[in-house]
Design a protein around this ligand. Structure first.
Ligand code: ZN
Length: 647
């Protein structure tokens, strides 16, 4: 326990503005400071920090507190950990009783995950710098890439040795819990190290804690995946994390610009060359959570990609989201056969900066160019291009900016501005209608007993305001259906993934929270019943504009199935999601079913309490109760050990 006088000293010394400023850009307003709230999504700042009172208060969501509270709410720290963290920051010596018996396994789960990751990171760093194997293989690789020692230290790069269970043994000997090691993806299901014979890139959160790892093999064996990553955990939500953000945040704020590149090594080389405002989204297209992370520091994003980038398409997918968040997006394509790493090596940081200034292109204009080239001479394709572009523009919240774009587009596309505006308005209207419908559903919802997921500690970076009940999970199912439905689930019985989904989802369809998703499932069931083959284009060309829009949108977000609101979804295998998407996808369907059935059980329990057992509905309810329970236990069996106990 930390002695009360130490706690007091820490609280009195800590400056709220110092702590908040690590994650929020603050501007002076009178005697206070103001910024965008890190706890809720907002466009105009309502997060107030009072240096004189040493507290913060958000007038949007009502969050209020001091430095300790901020760390607890924002970083998910426990009270003692927040005190320890602040003491370290302000070099305060604290007195603690029982300090020697500090056992990470008895701390909150989340804390222990951070601690174990830290331990693993230290071990990887030690291997790289001290062991013969690490020096020979890992360090020489980094040196070959031109990484200097201070860069290696800054990014805490490391090396995982070849020995099958080196880290696992080291960690368990130290008293760390094997289950936690497995959860973090450091230890595989066979009690061996997951990362072996790889150079290691730790992924940090905003405050610099290690939340996950990426490991790159140096072997030329094509069967070995080049990069493998930690699975998602309580402390690592992929869609809310960006590689390099911890090292880059100050520079991003200073430059008022964030440069987005594709890979870890691009981030590191650019940063080493002096271009420090750089981050990577690690291969997937940008998500809303990631954009919001950047937006805390700047509204300006420049995407820097290889000239021949396959990643360009992925960047395109995320772009509407970026526009919707009212960010200014530019793109710079590097000359052919160059990547950010090679370019900065050849031309230095000033060369790169000059190149970027010259070649920087507004993203929408860039998109028009690219798509028009593809559609050249094909009027049907061109119509598609126009729709696509107008849709992107329609996401821009600022009317003035939007109309400016419309004018430019009308020239480039050779279509009258009026037609473009009409089209854009239609799109905006249908989105508004859809939102209104969802808002309506929220109001009615209060009549039902619906246990909402407890807000996860990582939740500050998520937009949860719009989701109702299980909508996130339902959306995942639709996304899986659209993206994977046409694939084969089981060859022998000729069952498609779509058929598998429909069979499993049918009995919970009535409890779907989102009417649109419900309609899509019902219609799919019709297709499967008629023994027709399932094709996503049926929905992306659907006559109902709402269905069409939602499905097109979902088709653009593939491979992000693990983005579960408030619930942690542990992937059963630790294969990269690209390889394991069918299994991961189907697992999330079972999980949705589990949620719905658990909810049903609670509802029945409530009703049983209010009904006399002589009532004739009592026995009916009881029968339903028993049946649901047994179905649920079947699902638990299927899901195996990965069921989180809190459901
Ligand atoms: Zn707020």
């Amino acid at each position: 326990m930390i002695k009360p006088h130490s706690v007091e000293e820490v609280i009195n010394t800590a400056r709220i503005e110092d702590i908040v400023e690590e994650v929020v850009v603050l501007k002076k307003r009178g005697i206070n400071l103001i910024g965008l709230c890190p706890f809720h999504n907002e466009k105009t700042p309502s997060f107030n920090v009072s240096p004189t009172k040493n507290i913060y208060k958000c007038f949007g969501c009502g969050k209020v507190g001091n430095s300790v509270q901020f760390l607890m709410d924002h970083e998910g720290m426990t009270f003692p950990d927040a005190i320890r963290h602040l003491a370290k920051k302000y070099s305060i010596e604290i007195e603690e009783t029982h300090n020697k018996n500090y056992d990470p396994n008895t701390q909150l789960e989340k804390d222990s995950l951070y601690i174990i990751n830290e331990f693993a990171k230290d071990s990887f760093v030690h291997n790289l710098l001290e062991s013969d194997e690490g020096k020979r293989i890992g360090l020489s690789y980094f040196k070959e890439r031109g990484f200097r020692e201070n860069t290696i230290t800054r990014f805490e790069l490391g090396f995982a040795v070849k020995q099958r269970d080196y880290l696992t043994k080291l960690a368990t000997k130290k008293g760390y819990n094997l289950e936690s090691l497995k959860k973090l993806g450091l230890t595989s299901q066979y009690d061996q190290d997951f990362f072996r014979d790889r150079v290691m890139f730790p992924i940090h959160n905003l405050s610099g804690k290690v939340i996950a790892f990426g490991g790159r093999t140096l072997s030329s064996d094509k069967k070995i995946p080049k990069y493998i990553n930690s699975p998602e955990t309580e402390i690592y939500v992929k869609s809310n994390s960006l590689y390099g953000i911890f090292q880059a945040k100050t520079a991003i704020r200073k430059a008022d610009e964030c440069i987005l590149v594709e890979g870890y090594t691009d981030v590191i080389s650019l940063s080493q060359a002096g271009v420090e405002n750089v981050i990577a989204s690690s291969g997937t297209s940008l998500t809303e959570g990631q954009i919001r992370l950047v937006k805390r520091y700047t509204p300006n994003m420049t995407i820097l990609y290889d000239g021949d980038a396959a990643g360009l398409k992925a960047a395109m997918r995320g772009i509407d989201l970026i526009l919707e968040q009212d960010m200014n997006v530019n793109i710079v394509l590097l000359p052919e056969k160059e990547d950010p790493d090679s370019y900065v090596k050849a031309h230095g940081s000033s060369g790169l900066e000059i190149y970027m200034q010259e070649k920087k292109k507004d993203f929408i204009l860039f998109k028009i160019d690219l798509l028009l080239k593809e559609a050249e001479g094909d009027p049907v394709k061109k119509t598609g291009v126009i729709k696509n572009i107008v849709e992107s523009i329609s996401f821009i919240p600022d009317i003035l900016k939007r109309s400016l774009y419309m004018r430019q587009c009308s020239q480039l596309l050779d279509v009258s501005e009026e037609i473009l505006n009409d089209e854009s308005n239609k799109m905006i209207q249908s989105r508004l209608k859809y939102q209104a419908k969802r808002a309506g559903a929220t109001r009615q919802e209060s009549d039902f007993i619906k246990p909402r997921p407890k807000p996860g500690l990582h939740q500050q970076a998520k937009t949860t305001a719009a989701a109702i009940g299980d909508e996130y999970q339902e959306r995942d199912v639709i996304r899986i259906l659209l993206n994977l439905g046409h694939l084969m689930y089981e060859e022998e019985s000729n069952t498609s993934v779509a058929a598998y989904i429909i069979v499993n989802i049918k009995e919970i369809l009535d409890s779907f929270d989102n009417e649109l998703y419900k309609a899509i499932i019902s219609e799919s069931a019709g297709i499967i019943d008629k023994n027709e083959s399932f094709a996503a284009k049926h929905f992306t060309n659907h006559e109902n504009v709402e269905i069409r829009n939602v499905c097109i949108h979902l088709m653009q977000e593939e491979h992000e199935y693990a983005n579960w609101d408030g619930q942690q979804l542990y992937l059963q295998s630790q294969k990269p999601p690209e390889e394991n998407y069918v299994a991961d996808g189907l697992q999330s369907i079972m999980r949705l079913k589990e949620r719905k059935l658990s909810r049903t059980i609670k509802e029945i329990e409530q009703r049983l309490k209010t009904i006399d057992d002589t009532d004739e509905t009592y026995s009916l309810l009881l029968a339903a109760y028993v049946k649901t329970k047994s179905t649920l236990s079947e699902i638990h069996k299927t899901l195996g050990t990965v069921v989180p106990s809190k459901i």
